[in-house]
Ligand binder design. Structure first.
Ligand code: AMP
Length: 543
């Protein structure tokens, strides 16, 4: 027997309509590429989003068409998120840090009809103009006064909106209609597209709003450093309006000093982003001798947050939530907020728990399997490939049957490519990306484990551990360190620290110093590039 309830389709524009009514005056503050600070509210934004939808109609966009964005975090980018989805088209966010080749691959693969871009990216698009798909319309996200001279034929964003009605007759869409498209940065092969639906997006917003409730609540002011151009800024464009939290968009300047100043000026309560960004902010906090006023929480994810970083925030009174997720998961899968029953644990134990990847959010199922695909127990010891299933997880990649086939198991779970353990109390521990694990004499060494320990050394600014092929052991670890200053750490010093936590056979065989680690388009250490840099490297016992 079926229930007798109305079936109202879940719809993205409904989030903003709700925010405009329930949290109308809540602010959206943006550092603009024009150089100034712009302030608006959810109520005003809803009106401008309607104007933008009329503008999209004027461009001849059809339902299901892909409309691309190449832009920093700012109010116009947020308007595009809502107008495109509400219109029934697909908002395709492009990561400007991709290589030219990947950028062109994505634009062509997605068959984008229009590209909305920030002024910063005009040179990038000019350089690729001859290779862009024929008929791709370009819209510059600025007003008439700031339109630059360019060989490109570009429309002006504010012209599209000007004079348009501030209401729009939003179509009632099937909740499974595609709403947004994001390609994973793909360290190997071509990028792969995750195509989100209205339903998955609204459910993800609800799931995360319930879980990350210390950030996501009315009256809070959230700084998304995590970009709108990748993984939907961890869902913040949807979850913040839903809860009434204000959004403070940092625009293009993401260095520690710029972030500190913005946070202080705007009384940011919670900041969300990848560990590399927080390294910059922590250096600035050390320089100025205090946190920006009101700074109470950091949500960190995208790659493993080192324990030293977590401890340093926590000691200064900033609550740390270490989260794990993937583009393919909308993206949040687990979170590291502790519960009431953890409150009485000693500080050290709390920090230990916080440096794990945390517990699942509602709507995400986790399983780990052995190489034959058999499920392994959640005993905190058994280590296997992590598979996920849930309401906001892809069922396949956009127009890519081969990658879909490789990622999904026979029961419809998605293979994350991460190697993990899950404890009986639900805490997930990522041991490594499967391709980054170091296989030594039939045993595995976790590069993440070694990196986390070494990161805590005061003479280390950042580090990475990679596998070097070895004739006897198969692979052995090489430790690559960016020193914090002139006084470099010695291998003995680091070994001593490592030996407090790992077995002697897991120690790196060699230590190399570099000025900087190569980063991927999403700000993570690119182990692929690092392995290429050290190709042919001879460890001490290899002659
Ligand atoms: P992306 O789709 O670009 O967000 O990358 C997802 C991948 O980033 C995951 O499969 C993990 O390997 C890694 N990742 C994300 N968050 C964390 C975290 N908190 N700790 C360790 N690795 C992470």
């Amino acid at each position: 027997m079926l229930g007798q309830m109305m079936h109202r389709p879940l719809s993205i524009i409904e989030i903003l309509r709700f925010a405009a009514e329930a949290h109308g005056p809540a602010e959206i503050v943006s550092v603009r590429t024009e150089g100034d600070i712009h302030r608006t509210t959810y109520a005003e934004t809803y009106g401008r989003v309607a104007q933008l939808a009329h503008g999209l109609a004027g461009l001849g966009i059809g339902q299901g068409d892909r409309v691309a964005t190449l832009a920093w975090n700012g109010y116009r980018h947020l308007e595009l998120y809502y107008a495109i989805a509400g219109y029934g088209a697909v908002c395709h966010t492009i990561n400007p840090r991709l290589s030219a080749e990947q950028f062109l691959y994505i634009v062509n693969h997605a068959e984008d009809r229009v590209l909305f871009l920030d002024t910063t990216f005009v040179p990038l698009v000019e350089a690729l103009a001859d290779h862009l798909p024929k008929g791709l319309k370009l819209v510059l996200m600025t007003d008439r006064a700031h339109m630059p001279d360019s060989k490109l034929d570009m429309l002006c964003y504010e012209d599209l909106l000007e004079g348009q009605p501030t209401t729009y007759d939003w179509p009632e869409l099937d909740e499974n209609t595609a709403a947004a498209l994001c390609y994973t940065s793909g360290t190997t092969g071509n990028p792969k597209g995750a195509l989100y639906s209205h339903r998955s997006t609204v459910l993800h917003a609800l799931m995360t709003a319930v879980t990350l409730h210390t950030s996501l609540r009315e009256g809070n002011r959230i700084l998304p450093v995590v970009p709108l151009f990748h993984v939907n800024a961890w869902g913040l464009p949807y979850s913040a309006p839903l809860t009434g939290a204000a959004l403070i968009f940092p625009g293009p300047k993401l260095d520690g000093a710029s972030l500190w100043d913005l946070m202080e000026a705007e009384k940011v309560t919670a900041a969300w982003g990848v560990p590399t960004v927080w390294q910059g902010l922590q250096a600035e906090i050390a320089k100025r001798g205090r946190n920006p006023e009101g700074f109470a929480e950091v949500v960190v994810g995208g790659s493993a947050a080192p324990r030293s970083m977590i401890e340093s925030f926590e000691k200064s009174g900033v609550n740390v939530c270490h989260a794990w997720g993937m583009t393919e998961m909308s993206p949040i899968g687990t979170h590291g907020l502790l519960s009431k029953y953890h409150e009485d644990l000693p500080f050290d134990q709390k920090m230990k728990l916080k440096s794990l990847q945390g517990r699942r959010v509602f709507g995400v199922d986790l399983k780990i399997t052995d190489e034959a695909g058999n499920p392994l127990p959640h005993d905190g010891k058994s280590q296997g490939e992590l598979f996920v299933r849930g309401n906001a997880i892809i069922s396949g990649y956009f127009k890519n049957a081969e990658a879909t086939e490789a990622a999904m198991d026979a029961d419809g779970w998605f293979g994350t490519g991460d190697i993990a353990t899950i404890a009986p109390d639900g805490f997930l521990v990522l041991r490594d990306r499967s391709k980054d694990l170091i296989k030594s004499g039939g045993e595995w060494i976790s590069s993440i484990d070694l990196e986390n320990i070494v990161m805590a050394h005061p003479k280390v600014s950042s580090c990475a551990v990679i596998a070097i092929p070895h004739p006897k052991w198969d692979e052995r670890p090489l430790l690559v360190v960016v020193p914090a200053g002139e006084d470099k750490p010695t291998k003995d010093e680091l070994d001593e620290m490592l030996l407090e936590h790992v077995a002697r056979w897991q120690l790196p065989d060699a230590l190399e110093f570099v000025e900087a680690l190569p980063l991927t388009a999403t700000g993570k250490v690119s182990k692929l590039t690092l392995r290429q840099q050290f190709e042919g490297y001879k460890l001490p016992d290899m002659g």
